[in-house]
Each structure stands twice: as C-alpha cells, then as structure tokens.
Write a protein that binds this ligand. Sequence first.
Ligand code: TUI
Length: 323
Amino acid sequence: MRTRITELLGVEAPVIQGGMAHIADARLAAAISEAGGLGLIACGGANPAWVADQVRIARELTDKPIGVNVMLMDPRAPEIAEQLVSLGVDVVTTGAGSPAAYIDRWKKAGIKVIPVVASAALAKRMERLGADAVIAEGTEAGGHIGELATMALIPSVARAVSIPVIAAGGIADGRGLLAALALGAEGVQCGTRFLTVEECSVCDAWKRKVIDAKDSDTIVTGRASGHPVRGLKNRFSRECRKLEAQAAAGADVKPSFSGSLKRAVEGDVEGGAVMAGQIAAIVDERKRAADVVAEMIAEAEAFGAMTAQELARANAAREGLAS
Ligand code: TUI
C-alpha cells in the first residue's frame, strides 16, 4: 500500500504509532518499524538521557526508520527538542501544542516533522512553517484531545493543506484505515491499538481494561483546565469529574492531574490516568505488533475492493468470528 506518507517516511505500511508518553519505548517502536510501519519513542515525561538511550537501543533492534514524539506541554520539551538534532532520528511528531519554535532547526538537521493538529487552521499554519505532513487527530483519541471528531476533521484538514494528512483518533483496524483513506488521509496513527500488543510495556491490568472496554467506557477529564484528556473510566477519572462538577457549582476544589499518567503506568490502574481512546471498544486481543500492522493492511485492501453488499457480508462474518 503506497501513499505519499509511505514515500515520505520510507516505510511499507502507512501506519504510524501514537506518541504515548511514559509508555512508548525502543522495544515497541522497533517492533512497529520492523513490521513496516513507523514506531516512535515517546519523549513526554522522560529525561534526555533516557531518550538518547532508547534511540540507541531502537537502532540496535531495527535498521528501519524510527521516530520520536515530543509532548510540547512537557517543561523539558525545549531541551529535548534541541537534543533531537544530534540523535539521528528520522521523524519527529509533536503533540499538545505548536512546534513552531523548533520546525526550522529539526528540518535543517534532516528530520521529517509531523505535528499533531486538531483543526484545519493549525494544519495550515504548520504547512506554512514547513511541516512535512500533519497528523489530524480527532476527539475520539486517547490522551490530550481537541474538539473535532475524526470523521469531520480529516476531510476538513485534507481540503485545507496540500501536504499529506495522517488520520488519528478512533482507528484500530483495516476498516478504519480504509475509511481514513476515503476521507482524504494518506496514513493513520494508532495509539490504543498498540497498547495491548506483546511488545508494549504497559502493565497487564491496563491491557485488560482496554480489552474489556465498551464504547462508553472512556471519559474526558480536565475540560475546565483547558487540557482535556480522554482515558478509561476508573476511580481516578470519576473522582476528577466529581470535583470538576463541584468546582463548576462554585466549590473551592480542583482535581490534581499531576503524576496521574505515571501512577497508572506504574500499575495503579484505579488511582491513575489510564489513557485510551474510544476505539478500545473493538480492541479485544493482544497479538504482536507485526500482526496488527499486517492485518490492518490486508483488511483495508480486501474491504477496499468490495461492493456495499459485500462489505455488509464481510462485516457480519467478521463479527461472527469475533464473538
Ligand atoms: O498530545 C496528544 N496526546 C497526549 S499528550 C499526553 S501526555 C499528558 N500527560 C499528562 C497530562 C496530559 C497529557 C497524553 N496524550 N495528542 C496530540 C494532540 N495535540 N491532540 C490535540 C493536540 C493539539 C491541540 C491543540 C495540538 C495543538 C493544539 O493547539 C496548538 C496551539 O498552540 O495553537
């Protein structure tokens, strides 16, 4: 499956891994890149020495392209951004802010720059500043989110820019990839889908929660703070929502999000922020990263060749196999 994204990145499959701060390490990134997609190491919440170490390990595990994700709300983002210039990574994706201050520096170092955007206006700005592509991430996604849904955001962003668009938010199988291509994207970014793979370091309880999740099992906290974050319902997210409701009614209370993702990553899946997207509803097995990527491509190609009637039959058969 070739698109401008596979050409740009030098990969076989137009499937890239979501940032996933505190989670995505060399092992996960290398597994996805080895599978023909693009794996990334998450710099969010990490120290520069850890990032350098993980890039070195990923280089030992694969000869394929490797990226990093920079979380721009991270206080250490400026330091990490500078460090990337000498680390020899192929691609940088950014999230939760504007990477305007860093794009020139990264491009001059030969790094492909792909910011996450949540609107057509920001996509246009990123194109003007020299971004190689954009990731348009809908509100279905896990973690820090924007307002627009993927179904509306992708065609809007694809119309607004001429650089290639990668769709994110709510995509976890070949049907999602095919739908994204139909809406004008030339690749997809998946986070939730890769949470449960064998090579992903999150604890078993987190994987279990993703596998067990129904479509209504995610919740958004932090809207009042201006930094909405989607995660799975648990004691932490319910308590946050309760405090947010009390604050809206005038009470002098405020939920604390600091350290909440780290807590969950360390195994406290009731007391921490277990970030995941709405598509957790259809993620129901573990698999290896390589199988996830291969099956996505095969399914998108097979479904893409079908008539409407055949699609209905194929979907029915798919559910029959799943249950
Ligand atoms: O960045 C993400 N998702 C994330 S980051 C993260 S780490 C975290 N840890 C603790 C608390 C909160 C977060 C977990 N998930 N996705 C990319 C993304 N970027 N989605 C939306 C945006 C975005 C939104 C507004 C990007 C830019 C923007 O406006 C930029 C501007 O300044 O105009």
